[in-house]
Write a protein that binds this ligand. Structure first.
Ligand SMILES: *Cc1c(COP(=O)(O)O)cnc(C)c1O
Length: 430
């Protein structure tokens, strides 16, 4: 089988060309067939790859009591939540809405939910207390007070972790770096002991753990290890003060390679797990991790149809029926996504901009990119679109959001139908 990265035995992506003239496939299913059946733009995900990635983390942490809490915000499709819950995953949520999704898809997983986020409302906290989630990751002193008040009101003890800010620099895009003191996230790690002591006086608060999350799309294991070392030091200090934490939550943020080169996900996960374990040596409690992107990004592609190929001066624009409202990462973070034709044509690659029809100059998927030849009517696949793709989509320009398909084994099934104008206009009053 010819993969997109033929030099590797285990390809980081589930999309392959079986032979020269054949269409790109997800597993055994042709993307051309899926585009014909469900239309475009279309998100296609490989269930097998998502399960495989979850298994990599579970295996790497098998030496201790560990729980992989999938960060729901990366891709909150109910079918994907259900798939992960069925394989033992927990969930990291950042809103009451995400909790509702977990409860809808996998109510049995409520006790495996950790709740992060800098601004939780009383109603959201009540929902989570009632559902009996595993842990609230508390991001401020005021939030701890609110949590105590709601717990007292509902007569339910709230298990919490302080999300501490380890003041570790992670080399990533500034919009998704979160671990420095100047960021809005977390509590200064130096303030944490005093807060744990204060909380220990309340019968409605149980100091369950400590959490960190230093950012997203972090490619090196080093900053994760550095953050964990600071957390481990805090855990030891608290233990000396008589506060024995049961769990450490290392957050998410492990990055992938969006480019076409070699990338070995199993080696990456092993390196990441080793960095955490080294820092946590001597800690006997539970380890939680919150990967989002690493589990789902490479399992997904956004399939789009080329509407036009247009020449403006020296530039060539490939205009697709997908746009920034469907996949905003290039516009928002200058993110790179590999773009490949679903069916390859003979001919030389051309340097083009790949753009959508939205009325914004920022509506592009690639700039000055060497792209295999494409003609109007052809299909292209934007790779590594499984995370923060559909999850960040919008209806900007009154565009209907794409349908989503999950490929499991040799079978594809629709997991979200394409939106209709009725879906869009329904809530409006005029
Ligand atoms: C976004 C987020 C994650 C997941 O980040 P990824 O980069 O997708 O792994 C995990 N934990 C928290 C608290 C987050 O905000």
């Amino acid at each position: 089988m010819r993969s997109l990265t033929p030099s590797q035995s285990s390809s980081p992506r589930p999309f392959h060309y079986l032979e020269a003239g054949a269409a790109l496939r997800c597993g055994k299913v042709s993307l051309e067939l899926l585009a014909r059946r469900y239309g475009t733009p279309l998100y296609v995900y490989s269930a097998d790859q998502i399960a495989e990635r979850l298994g990599l983390f579970q295996a790497a942490l098998a030496g201790r009591d560990a729980l992989v809490c999938y960060a729901v915000k990366a891709n909150s499709a109910l079918a994907i939540l259900k798939l992960l819950a069925g394989r033992g995953a927990g969930f990291d949520i950042v809103s009451g809405g995400e909790l509702e999704r977990v409860l809808a898809a996998a109510p049995e997983a409520a006790g495996r939910v950790v709740y992060s986020g800098v601004g939780k409302t009383a109603a959201e906290i009540d929902l989570a207390l009632t559902a009996g989630i595993l842990e609230f990751n508390v991001e401020s002193e005021a939030e701890l007070e609110l949590l105590e008040a709601r717990a007292k009101k509902l007569k339910r003890v709230a298990r919490f972790a302080l999300r501490v800010n380890p003041d570790v620099f992670a080399d990533t895009h500034p919009y998704i770096s979160t671990g420095l003191r100047e960021h809005k996230f977390g509590i200064d790690i130096r303030r944490a002991p005093a807060l744990y002591r204060k909380a220990s006086e309340s019968r409605w608060l149980e100091a369950h753990g400590v959490s960190v999350h230093i950012g997203s799309q972090i490619r090196s294991a080093e900053p994760f290890g550095a953050a964990m070392e600071r957390v481990a030091r805090l855990v030891r200090q608290l233990a000396r003060d008589g506060i024995a934490l049961k769990a450490v939550d290392a957050g998410g943020g492990l990055g992938i390679d969006y480019h076409a080169g070699k990338f070995d996900p199993a080696a990456k996960v092993a390196e990441y797990a080793a960095a955490l374990e080294t820092a946590l040596a001597g800690f006997e409690g539970r380890l939680l991790i919150e990967p989002g992107r690493f589990l789902v990004a490479q399992a997904g592609a956004l399939v789009a149809r080329v509407l036009q190929v247009k020449q403006n001066g020296k530039k060539t624009f490939v205009i697709t029926d997908a746009a920034m409202n469907d996949l905003i990462r290039p516009a928002l973070y200058q993110a790179h996504h590999e773009i490949v034709p679903v069916k390859r044509r003979a001919g030389r690659p051309r340097v083009v901009d790949v753009v959508g029809p939205v009325c914004e100059t920022g509506d592009f998927f690639a700039k000055d990119r060497k792209l295999a030849p494409v003609e109007p009517g052809d299909l292209v696949a934007l790779l590594d679109a499984g995370a923060y793709g559909m999850a960040q989509s919008s209806n900007y320009n009154t565009r209907l959001r794409p349908a989503e398909v999950l490929v499991e084994g040799g079978k594809a099934r629709l997991i979200r139908r394409r939106e209709t104008m009725a879906d869009l206009l329904g809530p409006e009053i005029f």
